[in-house]
Design a protein around this ligand. Structure first.
Ligand SMILES: [Ca+2]
Ligand SMILES: [Ca+2]
Ligand SMILES: [Ca+2]
Length: 373
């Protein structure tokens, strides 16, 4: 029994976190400093600080549908994408800069040039659209439904499952008269503020060639409930963590033609749109060194036991620190890096950490943040 359990757990851990395509490559998500968050206005100036090494271009995309494979024709379609994030915000920022020989956005429905993005913020993996639910009942796949057959119906799968643990956005490039994206599933709030925002910049008309800028951010959800955002759980974006993310460029080049001419896919697996196992790994990068403060005191705290007024302090200073001096504001002090302190009475305390190192001295004070009752 115990052995079975161990094997089961081993299988669980060996399969789920590593279910990504293109294991040989990890793409990078640039961390913006908090004072340089991009403004979603379709202008690219606020992305100039993102090095080109973060950009994902056509050379990474494979046509998995129309037979072009890795044979790119940048005179037909040429798109570069950068992805960014800001520590403390559960948002993924995107800058799409594209050239198309024919921007196709006059038709109704899904006949439209599309930037299709799928995100799985917690690497839950697995199918994410109703028809790929492993127990979904469809007459084509399963045959007539009997009372003995407990399979879920497609509507059941839709409301329980479609886009819930990973999200798919068909973003129109450009949208013309449409909403900016089709958020596939029932959680329509995922494409509205405060969970998403988008802006475009272009001057071509339908059927013309030219350049398009699309700037947007989305919020990935571990659980994008159909019942509304009050039941939803955002993915917590953490520095250095890997997330599942991928996209494709769906290129239509003739409003009167039925088919599309390209399906340029970062995953290299055609069905990435419905299966989070087929996304690729993107890492939430730390701030680049040029944005980090060289030497700066910083700390956080946690009340361990309010009734005992016991508080744990955590040093988060940047730079080479050789000495710590805490003043707890109650007459007490410590020279430990991460002290715990029992306050003698209730009250609101002014706590200061002074750090010293080869680069000098730095202080950081919190006023009444440590509030004990
Ligand atoms: Ca901008
Ligand atoms: Ca094209
Ligand atoms: Ca096109």
């Amino acid at each position: 029994m115990r052995r079975t359990l161990v094997v089961f757990i081993a299988v669980l851990f060996s399969s789920s976190p590593f279910a990504l395509e293109r294991k040989d490559v990890t793409f990078r998500i640039f961390q913006f400093p908090a004072n340089q968050i991009p403004r979603v206005d379709g202008k690219v100036d606020d992305w100039a600080l993102v090095p080109d090494s973060y950009a994902v271009g056509m050379d990474q995309l494979m046509d998995t549908e129309q037979g072009h494979g890795m044979n790119h024709d940048t005179k037909n379609l040429d798109v570069k994408v950068k992805v960014g994030w800001v520590k403390g915000l559960n948002r993924l920022y995107f800058l799409y800069e594209g050239f198309d020989n024919y921007w196709d956005f006059a038709a109704q429905g899904l006949h439209n040039d599309i930037f299709e993005v799928v995100v799985d913020g917690d690497l839950s993996g697995g199918p994410l659209i109703d028809i790929y639910h492993r127990d979904v009942w469809t007459p084509e796949a399963v045959g007539p439904r009997s009372e003995l057959d407990p399979r879920v119906t497609r509507p059941d799968a839709h409301f329980a499952f479609h886009g819930v643990h990973a999200q798919n956005y068909h973003i129109f490039t450009p949208p013309g008269d449409k909403d900016w994206t089709m958020a596939w599933g029932c959680a329509q709030y995922t494409k509205e503020l405060p969970y998403a925002n988008a802006a475009y910049d272009y001057s071509f008309k339908p059927g013309e060639s030219g350049k398009l800028v699309l700037e947007f951010w989305i919020t990935p959800f571990d659980y994008a409930s159909c019942d509304g955002p009050q039941h939803a759980v955002e993915s917590q974006l953490k520095e250095n963590a890997l997330i599942g993310l991928s996209w494709c460029l769906i290129d239509y080049d003739d409003v009167n033609a039925r088919g599309r001419v390209g399906f340029w896919n970062l995953s290299h697996k055609q069905t990435f749109f419905g299966n989070a196992d087929q996304l690729v790994g993107f890492q939430l990068m730390p701030l680049e060194a040029r944005f980090q403060k060289a030497f700066q005191a910083a700390w956080t705290f946690q009340v361990v036991d309010m009734s005992k007024r016991l508080v744990a302090f955590k040093d988060q200073s940047a730079g080479n620190v050789t000495a710590w001096k805490w003043d707890f504001g109650d007459g007490g002090s410590s020279t430990e890096q991460n002290p715990q302190h029992t306050f003698p009475r209730s009250g609101d305390f002014v706590v200061t950490l002074e750090v010293t190192g080869p680069q000098g001295t730095s202080r950081f004070q919190r006023v009444w943040d440590v509030s004990l009752r």
